[in-house]
Design a protein around this ligand. Sequence first.
Ligand code: SF4
Length: 127
Amino acid sequence: MPFLRGHHLICLNFFKGEGYSKEFVEALFSVLSSEKFTISEGFDDVCKACPGWQGLQKGCSTYGEDYIRRIDSLALSLLKFKPGDKVSWNEVRERLKSTIGNWKKEVCSDCEWVRVCSESQEWREWK
Ligand code: SF4
């Protein structure tokens, strides 16, 4: 069962095959095909395949680990999950449908991937 950190619970719902490298994209498809996963605090199976990951000391070089941890916490508080929970994509989507509004305002508005995600019907329709 893969591990996923907070913000990946939200962002992966809108993944369409674009990413930082071939290995990274394959890891995302693999995580999405898993029925259930465990919520992690920090490092997860997506970070493991990301070219921006600098190891446990430094974390994410793309956005900075402090920022990523802040949005992990925001994602978990919006979805009402906590590290260690074992959840399915269906459970995440059911909660996300009615809570994504704050996320779009706080996080998507400054994100380099918003063009891709906003092409998704769910991203546009979910409130
Ligand atoms: S626009 Fe960025 S923050 Fe928003 S869901 Fe997509 S990847 Fe995540």
